[in-house]
Design a protein. Structure first.
Length: 233
């Protein structure tokens, strides 16, 4: 995204870091609450989406693979919470600054520079950045994950366009990622060894990439029964 930022800054020299944050940027209880409120329906939809849209099961599968590699196969709430918070913070800050702050702001400025009405320029900027965001989140063979990410990008971009405060989509992004990671961690830990191994060995692109990069991730060994417990001498 840095080359894109440089190009947009050259085309629209009035852009700077402050403009990427939004003209109404503020970190406060109210803006944080606004971000959480935007996240709430997204999380609610994600919890029922598998039943409503069977194709989204592929998204859930990819998310579980990522979670298994990130937090392991056992239920470890504290470690998972800390790890999820760190990853979610990094993703929310970096991706919102890159896609909404830099790309969306730059595209909107470019649109007005070529005499588009401001409202149209802003709408096109939201759409284009969401498409780019979705394309770069193509974690499955089918386009379903990219489509889901594009919808999320539209929500994040719309929140930024309406509030002109990058803190709002940052909070939304953080909350969505954090809750999604923790829900997936609980779901993965509840799987038996065979199900976890099947998850690791699935052929979705993100699983293949993780296997090649990090190697196979062992599932949690079965808990010994009372008769199998070692006897102290």
């Amino acid at each position: 995204m840095l080359p894109v930022a440089a190009l947009l800054t050259w085309v629209a020299p009035g852009l700077n870091f402050a403009s990427w944050l939004g003209s109404a940027f503020a970190v406060s209880v109210e803006t944080t609450r606004a971000g959480i409120l935007v996240a709430a329906p997204m999380l609610l939809l994600s919890l029922v989406a598998d039943e409503l849209i069977p194709a989204l099961k592929e998204v859930t599968q990819a998310s579980r693979v990522i979670t298994l590699y990130a937090f392991g196969s056992r239920l470890l709430p504290l470690r998972a919470s800390i790890g999820a918070a760190l990853i979610s913070t990094a993703a929310a800050l970096a991706e919102e600054l890159a896609f909404r702050g830099t790309l969306q702001t730059g595209l909107a400025a470019l649109g007005t520079a070529v005499a588009l009405p401001p409202a149209l320029a802003a709408a096109l900027a939201v759409l284009v950045q969401a498409l780019v965001f979705g394309r770069l989140h193509s974690y499955t063979d089918s386009p379903v994950y990219a489509v889901a990410a594009t919808v999320a990008g539209l929500v994040f971009g719309g929140a930024f366009a309406l509030t002109q405060n990058l803190w709002v989509p940052i909070v939304t992004h953080f909350v969505v990622d954090l809750v999604s990671f923790l829900v997936c961690h609980v779901q993965v830990a509840a799987l038996d060894e065979a199900e976890q191994l099947a998850l690791v060995e699935t052929d979705v692109p993100i699983a293949t990439a993780l296997r090649l990069t990090l190697g196979p991730r062992p599932a949690a060994p079965a808990k010994p029964t009372a008769g199998e417990l070692p006897v102290e001498p």
